[in-house]
Design a protein around this ligand. Structure first.
Ligand code: ZN
Length: 287
């Protein structure tokens, strides 16, 4: 089962959120029929959004992440609720590029670097908070680290990984976001950097290990205290009612046109690919 573990160092200077996301990344792959490299790009973004969404601490809040790097995958859009349950899609899920010389999936190339990472935090109030940064590498983790440094002024290290099996299913997925709290002394900063370097690729640990092991590696020497452990999953919030009201909110000319054609209207949810069929009589009745 996928989960997020949040912990803090004994000295209070280092906070970490670790996610295991094999299940939700695999669900996204199946729903959208993604190529392996797109599965990796989308899975990493879902993992990051899940952690950030789960830290919003406001009931009903939501987080939207949009990555528009101009690569063959097109744009990535991911939404998280305040528990870290996520959904998302990619413009071109079947896009593919050759593997890198080291044999790894070339996420940076499929995503591209000619664009922005945007984060929209909607707390249910008036204006949502929006922060955007230029993409650094298209590898997702580095792009989120740059976002945190520029938009939220929080020194952050993060890593996300998705390991795809030969049959295209997700073998392991997850990652972490580690942040330094104000006043952290230099030796703490150095120690975190050393731990991150020593931890290496997250899928090396998660393929056979678990979130706890990943947490212990990144927080080595900091006696981390677990604050919270919570389950997360791929979850769509679409409904027949929601789509009907969307159809009805089209302008009158478009609705008249549909009524004239007298064909049932099919609407497909971008997040879960579920199809909803509406009869013309429903439009007539409501409009
Ligand atoms: Zn849906």
């Amino acid at each position: 089962m996928d989960q997020i573990i949040k912990a803090i160092s004994e000295d209070g200077f280092v906070s970490i959120s670790v996610i295991t996301s094999r299940g939700l990344a695999e669900r996204a792959r199946v729903v959208h029929n993604c190529s392996p490299v797109v599965t990796a790009a989308l899975g990493r973004t879902l993992s990051a959004a899940s952690i950030i969404g789960s830290s919003m601490k406001k009931a009903g809040a939501s987080l939207t992440v949009r990555i528009n790097g101009g690569g063959p995958a097109g744009s990535i859009l991911v939404v998280s609720d305040d528990f870290g349950n996520v959904r998302g899609y990619v413009s071109n899920p079947a896009a593919d590029v050759p593997k890198r010389p080291d044999g790894k999936l070339d996420v940076g190339t499929i995503v591209g670097t000619d664009g922005m990472l945007s984060v929209i935090k909607d707390f249910g109030g008036k204006e949502p908070y929006t922060g955007s940064t230029m993409l650094v590498s298209g590898e997702i983790a580095e792009d989120f680290a740059a976002y945190f440094a520029a938009s939220e002024q929080v020194p952050t290290a993060c890593a996300f990984g998705v390991l795809v099996d030969r049959d295209r299913s997700v073998l392991a997925a997850g990652g972490y976001i580690v942040q330094l709290l104000p006043g952290a002394p230099n030796e703490v900063i150095d120690a975190v950097e050393e731990n991150v370097a020593a931890t290496g690729p997250v899928t090396d640990i998660l393929n056979g290990g678990d979130a706890q092991l990943l947490l212990e590696k990144v927080m080595s020497g900091f006696s981390p205290r677990v604050i919270e452990t919570s389950p997360v999953e791929y979850r769509c919030t679409c409904s027949r009612e929601r789509f009907l009201s969307a159809v009805l909110s089209l302008d009158k000319a478009e609705i008249d046109d549909m009524v004239e054609k007298a064909e049932p209207i099919e609407v497909c949810c971008q997040f879960c690919e579920k199809k909803y069929l509406f009869q013309i009589s429903q439009l007539l009745h409501r409009s």
